[in-house]
Design a protein around this ligand. Structure first.
Ligand code: IPE
Ligand code: IPE
Ligand code: MG
Length: 244
């Protein structure tokens, strides 16, 4: 049987794919421990896993993906691990940027770039500039991102812009978030079985659907991604109203 026919039977087109998916890529450390490897190797395995999830996003009809790669709270980890995570970000850009660009991925960053080393910051900005006209998939990378920090940054800018109190609306505040111009996430996936947001998109996810799986991030594959998207398709999103 030709390969593509096989794929079509395994993953039939989804009726209601979410437009915007957020992923809390958690469990690299526990995955590493379970395999007798270092945490660094766990983070590497997690990063390698991204490729199939990006490709599957395009195949499954997801248009925007926001991945949580490093939180403002992750600075609390031992310096050795933080350095490893920074190194991985830099290596991924060096190694994958060309292919991402060729595949029509538009890279964006959400979070604070200020605390990153100038060399990494430069690479991130270059990647954003290079891919800005791509439209197959928008990939927001949340790196040094914190939802509360994002709200604080937004309020500071609102005040700097001297916005009058009566002009402050939900739409206005949304436009001051790092995610300005992004529709709110429809589905948030969290791997490794934790039932918490850990400060991810707390403003934007007010009405997001959640999918939580015990699978550690490096093992989260295409089939399970499909399952998560299918589960989303069956949700009754009421936004506080009634669907009858
Ligand atoms: C997620 O994996 C990656 C980051 C937070 C950077 P963890 O490193 O949190 O893995 P666990 O939760 O310890 O298993
Ligand atoms: C959330 O995972 C952050 C990322 C996946 C980047 P954490 O492992 O940092 O979250 P907690 O500490 O378990 O809440
Ligand atoms: Mg974790």
């Amino acid at each position: 049987m030709p390969n593509n026919t096989h794929q079509q039977t395994e993953f039939p087109p989804l009726e209601h794919p979410p437009y915007h998916v957020g992923i809390i890529m958690d469990g690299n450390g526990r995955w590493a421990k379970a395999h007798g490897k270092s945490r660094f190797e766990g983070h590497k395995a997690g990063t390698d896993n991204l490729r199939q999830i990006l490709e599957s996003s395009v195949e499954f009809g997801v248009k925007m993906l926001t991945i949580y790669a490093f939180s403002t709270e992750n600075w609390k980890r031992p310096p050795f691990e933080v350095m490893g995570l920074m190194r991985i970000l830099e290596e991924v850009i060096d190694r994958e940027l060309k292919a991402l660009h060729k595949n029509g991925v538009q890279l964006r960053h959400i979070g604070r770039l200020e605390r990153l080393k100038p060399g990494i910051r430069k690479k991130v900005l270059h990647a954003i500039e290079m891919t800005k006209n791509n439209n197959k998939l928008i990939l927001n990378v949340a790196f040094n991102y914190g939802g509360r920090q994002e709200i604080v940054d937004a309020v500071q800018r609102v005040i700097e812009d001297k916005i009058a109190p009566q002009d402050i609306t939900e739409e206005l505040l949304s436009s001051y978030m790092y995610t300005a111009n992004c529709p709110d996430p429809d589905l948030i996936i969290r791997t490794s079985g934790e039932f918490r947001t850990s400060n991810f998109l707390i403003w934007q996810a007010a009405y997001a659907e959640y999918y939580i799986t015990p699978t550690y991030w490096p093992d989260f594959n295409k089939a399970e991604y499909y399952q998560a998207l299918q589960s989303f398709g069956q949700r009754d999103r009421r936004y506080g109203g009634r669907n009858e």
